[in-house]
Design a protein around this ligand. Structure first.
Ligand SMILES: Nc1ncnc2c1ncn2[C@@H]1O[C@H](COP(=O)(O)OP(=O)(O)OP(=O)(O)O)[C@@H](O)[C@H]1O
Ligand SMILES: [Mg+2]
Length: 244
């Protein structure tokens, strides 16, 4: 099978799965709504039996919400195609991300270090999607450091050779967490692969799809017991020639 046919078949399947999950989500909403009504009926339990029933309804509500979250994760993953691209200042995007994440990191005893040069070349970004891509990496880093640690965010411009203008922006995201075994490392970008009890396993596949949809690439290195480093490479926007 050639690549084009494979891509077409993939798109068709993704479309089909997307539609199916979307319908499923509608039914889950109805289910959730009815559970909510049921919970309200038992709001003032009159007996031990009613108290038990209310506890069960609450459990069902939580599971229903989990299914809705999973469906949303999947839809987000399946629908990364049409990007709303605009020239963006990567430095600023990263600073904003750090500001957004800092309070949560502080609570978890995580220090964030950043090395972001002021003169990074501009890149073409779908801001909302790119923020999601970064957030998935930050969340994984945080989850890999339950006792706290460090997240380092380092950005730099990269040129093909010394005379050229920068051709890419490179971004390293490094954590001092538990790292991964070679077996886990080999599978991290696989859809639905997770080592976490409540993980969807769509975080990294989503990030990869977003980065690739921007014409970029992502790779990962990890040392078990020491930490993990993700590297994202995005094409730099060619600077407009200076007006004469
Ligand atoms: N920074 C990291 N350090 C250690 N292991 C990681 C790191 N990032 C990812 N992993 C491993 O890769 C797996 C897949 O990550 P991914 O983000 O795709 O899914 P998840 O985090 O398990 O679930 P979700 O993102 O939906 O919450 C994780 O379960 C974990 O084993
Ligand atoms: Mg994750």
């Amino acid at each position: 099978m050639d690549v084009v046919t494979m891509k077409d078949q993939y798109a068709e399947l993704a479309e089909l799965a997307g539609g199916f999950i979307h319908d499923l989500k509608n039914h889950l909403s109805t289910l959730g709504l009815n559970l909510q009504l049921l919970a309200e009926d038992f709001q003032q339990p009159q007996s031990q039996r009613e108290r038990r029933a209310l506890t069960r309804v609450h459990k069902l509500q939580a599971q229903c919400q989990q299914l809705v979250d999973m469906a949303n994760d999947f839809l987000r993953f399946a629908r990364i195609k049409d990007l709303a691209l605009a020239p963006a200042d990567m430095g600023r995007v990263l600073e904003e991300m750090i500001d957004f994440f800092a309070p949560q990191a502080q609570k978890r005893n995580i220090e964030i270090r950043s090395y972001i040069p002021a003169d990074l070349p501009r890149v073409s970004l779908d801001l909302e999607l790119f923020r999601l891509a970064l957030l998935n990496l930050m969340l994984n880093a945080e989850q890999a450091m339950p006792e706290g640690g460090e997240i380092t965010m380092q950005a730099m411009a990269e040129s093909r050779n010394r005379e050229d203008d920068a051709s890419a922006v490179v971004l390293h995201l490094i954590d001092t967490g538990k790292g991964m075994s070679p077996e886990v490392l080999a599978r991290v970008f696989e859809a639905f692969y997770s080592t976490k009890e409540d993980g969807s396993g769509l975080g990294l596949p989503t990030t990869k799809r977003i980065v690739e949809a921007h014409g970029g690439s992502i790779c990962v290195e990890s040392a078990e017991g020491h930490g993990t480093k993700f590297t994202i490479r995005l094409p730099a926007l060619a600077e407009a020639p200076a007006a004469v």
